[in-house]
Write a protein that binds this ligand. Structure first.
Ligand code: CA
Length: 247
């Protein structure tokens, strides 16, 4: 699986290239935008794991981008600001950005901030390393790896996102619209057939990775509404498949 996907929004060409080169070299997938308009297009197309955002853009205030992203998702945003943008920086943080770096910054510092923010992005259920666990399933939000009973599962980026959203909502019901908006974007909010296909594929892949693990009831369909995600207790209450007890 590829590393976390970042959207880098920066209108100064040399800075943008330096950031992209450095981060691609660190294993991240980097999408670029030099204007606010392009940033929103890339956001809609890729739903990245994290956004690095220069606030001073030629066509629109970067704070508007933060507001737009926050209406749709909790995706972490790190502001890259010039020293004279102090007020914008506060505005950006109040609009929902997660952290900021003042230019010029060291690339190692940037990488450390990215990793810290991604760890937190695992959600309230994630441990200090950014891992989400549910029964035998473990999702590592920093490495973007998924394991079932220690066996690695190869997921597509959308399947991974879907599982991440679900594991962050253990014991809760997620509506179809919420899942579609979070994983595919606003334009897909009505595409429930799409979601159904992906949920079934995810169920199959997770079960196939470790057939002995009990994943019955992991993702329950709530007809007309969406899906109910198991929590640790409801999942471990299921008898493991393939044992004497289930024959
Ligand atoms: Ca700028």
């Amino acid at each position: 699986m590829t590393g976390p996907a970042l959207l880098i929004v920066e209108d100064e060409g040399p800075s943008l290239r330096a950031l992209t080169d450095y981060l691609a070299h660190r294993g991240y997938v980097a999408y670029e935008a030099a204007t606010a308009q392009e940033a929103m297009r890339q956001w809609d197309a890729h739903r990245p794991d994290l956004v690095l955002l220069d606030l001073g853009l030629p066509d629109l205030d970067g704070v508007e981008i933060i507001r737009r992203i926050r209406r749709e998702a909790t995706t972490p945003i790190i502001i890259l600001s010039a020293r004279e943008d102090e007020r914008d920086k506060i505005g950006g943080l109040e609009a929902g950005a997660d952290d900021y770096l003042t230019k010029p910054f060291a690339m190692d510092e940037l990488n450390a901030r990215i990793r810290a923010v991604l760890r937190r992005a695992g959600g309230p259920d994630a441990d200090s390393e950014g891992r989400l666990r549910l029964g035998p399933i473990e999702l590592d939000a920093v490495k973007r790896e998924v394991r079932v009973s220690g066996e690695q599962v190869r997921l597509t980026p959308r399947e991974y996102e879907l599982l991440k959203v679900m594991l962050s909502s253990q014991g809760r019901v997620l509506t179809k619209g919420r899942l579609l908006r979070a994983v595919w974007g606003l334009a897909y909010a009505e595409e429930s057939t799409y979601l159904h296909v992906y949920v079934n594929r995810l169920r199959r892949k997770l079960s196939a990775a470790a057939p002995a693990a009990s994943l019955e009831g992991l993702i329950e369909t709530e007809p007309g509404i969406g899906y109910r995600i198991a929590d640790h207790d409801s999942l471990s209450a299921m008898p493991p498949s393939g044992t004497e007890a289930s024959r």
